[in-house]
Design a protein. Structure first.
Lengths: 136, 411
């Protein structure tokens, strides 16, 4: 198993935490109950799961611009993921990460990040270097 | 990224802390998407409803406004979350309204024009071909890029605000010629008829396109669509696929000839009856009672208001079913003078001004009013509201009104 994954340089601080992974897409407006801190869209693969303080690993973004404000609002209440990793981020997610000072990276050299990382993996995200490191 | 002297001065703080924040924000985003420099933009459009902003977002905006900074370019706003003339009956609280009031005051202090609309391309100042803009609201962006030939990425509220303050945005994505080239080719097998059909078709293509970075080119449309049809088509495509640009052969300005698509060598993906049925299936609930019928997402044009008023005329909704209609202030005045609002409200509907249903604390107003089963002709809104605790269903405008009349979904 690889000890390190390379990706495009991203946004936000270096963080470490436990991964929560799904090959599904993401919008804070479409998919979350932001008061309870859980995925609330019944069709989402992470339905019912808490996103607080985890490192989300997902496929890409879905429509909607609200996430850009919502990540900041979520972070202000400390009910937010530590980082979000995508195969491909869209502009809104990146803009939201920049305002919220949340770690975000995408475009992994070794393929589909939702298969490269498993739920429960302990990882470190280094956006400025474009690296994700497995800690266990 | 290369910065000119003025941009370097912005970064150094010579223009004050608000501009410094704005360009630092833009540089972070620009670097992530490999922008080489900034591009001047002529207009900005900001999405910022109080549910998305929360206390933190409102306080952030107030802090910028306190520096007495003004936007450098014409800047307008997406729908609000509160119709300040009608919020208590919806179950919205004074706290929600106060957040809205504070945000509006901060925006006005910065010189932002509170148009509160997601159909600015129909009512305010449509961008022109090749114009670089910084627009928020995915429906606004996809229409402006595709139908008008303008150039914008999805600019979330903070980035649209940053663009308004600096008068520019990082040059990446759809500001570049090579990011506007088709990457997936679709062929329409089932010709859409009404607004709902156009929304469903857009949704199906958006879902199959699947990424912000894909550019669908679509051919075999038999009849030139109207602005309202393209509005629903694009809004749904952006909603389901995060897609910011499409080319419709023979209709949109960057794909006027069939050779444009034949030269692409892209595999043809047929959007057939099965694809349309698959899309609609989760939103079918014939015979079920309906709590609320919603016409929104995007806000209704004056033509849609006229059509809706005509369908409502002489009828009345069931006591068990509420009807909410969202339009812009620019449309509302004409709709009043033409008697459309009166006909809709005599039917028992309520026309909200300058809001959009999903942007106005949808979860809270649903719980306050006991709304669970929601019916709409907007493919976009039914995609959004599942996560807010609704059971959304789709029907044509005519069938929505008939369902509201009977209190049950008729088709």
């Amino acid at each position: 198993m690889k000890k390190e994954l390379k990706c495009h340089i991203g946004i936000g601080p270096k963080v470490e935490g436990v991964a929560l992974v799904a090959h599904d897409n993401f919008s804070a407006r479409y998919d979350l109950d932001r008061i309870k801190g859980v995925f609330s869209r019944p069709q989402h693969q992470l339905f019912g799961k808490s996103y607080k303080d985890v490192i989300l690993v997902l496929n890409t973004a879905k429509g909607g611009v609200a996430t850009a404000w919502m990540l900041y609002e979520m972070a202000s209440r400390k009910i937010a993921p530590k980082a979000i990793l995508f195969n491909k981020a869209n502009t809104i997610l990146a803009q939201g990460a920049a305002l919220a000072e949340m770690a975000m990276v995408d475009r992994f050299e070794d393929g589909d990040v939702t298969t490269l990382i498993k739920s429960g993996d302990h990882i470190m995200v280094r956006p400025a270097e474009g690296k994700v490191i497995f800690l266990d | 990224m290369r910065l000119n002297k003025e941009e370097q001065a912005m970064l150094s703080g010579d223009f004050g802390p608000a501009i410094k924040w704005a360009i630092e924000h833009q540089l972070q985003v620009g670097r992530m998407f490999d922008a080489e420099d900034m591009v001047p933009v002529s207009q900005a459009h900001m999405m910022a409803d109080p549910e998305s902003l929360g206390e933190a977002g409102v306080a952030f905006t107030e802090k910028l406004a306190e520096t007495d900074i003004k936007v450098r370019i014409p800047m307008i706003t997406d729908p609000r979350g509160i119709d300040l003339n009608y919020y208590e009956p919806l179950g919205q609280t004074e706290n929600m309204a106060n957040l809205e009031r504070r945000f509006i005051a901060a925006c006005k202090n910065m010189g932002i024009t509170m148009t509160n609309t997601c159909i600015n391309y129909q009512t305010i100042m449509p961008p022109v071909f090749g114009e670089h803009v910084a627009f928020g609201d995915t429906g606004v962006v996809i229409y402006s890029n595709s139908v008008c030939g303008a150039r914008s990425n999805f600019e979330g509220g903070p980035s649209a605000l940053a663009a308004g303050l600096t008068g520019r945005t990082p040059r990446y994505g759809l500001h570049l010629d090579n990011k506007r080239i088709p990457t997936k080719r679709f062929r329409i097998m089932e010709q859409p008829q009404d607004l709902m059909d156009w929304g469903v078709l857009g949704a199906a293509i958006g879902r199959m396109a699947g990424s912000y970075w894909e550019v669908p080119i679509i051919d075999e449309v038999e009849k030139t669509p109207t602005s309202d049809q393209l509005k629903h088509f694009g809004a749904a495509m952006a909603s389901y696929g995060s897609v910011p640009l499409f080319h419709l052969v023979g209709v949109t300005p960057e794909s006027q000839n069939v050779e444009d698509v034949d030269d692409t060598d892209l595999e043809i993906i047929n959007v057939d009856r099965e694809a349309i049925s698959d899309l609609k299936k989760p939103f079918t609930a014939v015979g079920e009672h309906v709590d609320v019928v919603v016409f929104a997402a995007p806000q209704l044009s004056i033509i849609e208001m006229a059509e809706l008023a005509d369908i409502c005329n002489g009828r009345h909704r069931s006591d068990a079913t509420d009807v909410i209609v969202c339009t812009s202030a620019q449309v509302y005045g004409d709709a009043v003078s033409m008697g459309y609002v009166d006909k809709i409200e005599t039917f028992g509907g309520r026309v909200l001004v300058g809001t959009c249903f999903y942007q106005q604390y949808a979860r809270e107003i649903g719980e306050a009013n006991g709304w669970k089963r929601l019916l709409s002709n907007s493919a976009k809104i039914v995609n959004i509201l599942g996560g807010y605790g609704y059971q959304p269903s789709l029907a044509s405008m005519e069938a929505c009104i008939e369902s509201a009349e009977k209190g049950r979904i008729v088709s």
